[in-house]
Design a protein around this ligand. Structure first.
Ligand code: ZN
Ligand code: ZN
Length: 59
């Protein structure tokens, strides 16, 4: 399920798009990045890749 994360110091996670508002964060004021991870790791490589209907060789 998609969610939005701040890649800065605050590590904010939100269900909705938004902007980082943490005063201590080095990315305050930047948009949260959409993330599609299911394990809470928020890997940069897990950004909703499955949404584009990739056809893999199913075993
Ligand atoms: Zn932040
Ligand atoms: Zn994530």
């Amino acid at each position: 399920m998609s969610h939005y994360v701040c890649k800065g110091d605050c590590k904010t996670v939100s269900d909705d798009a938004g902007i980082c508002q943490a005063d201590f964060c080095n990315k305050k004021g930047e948009e949260l990045k959409i993330c599609g991870c299911e394990d809470g790791v928020h890997s940069e490589h897990a950004t909703a890749e499955n949404a584009s209907g990739g056809v893999e060789t199913g075993a």
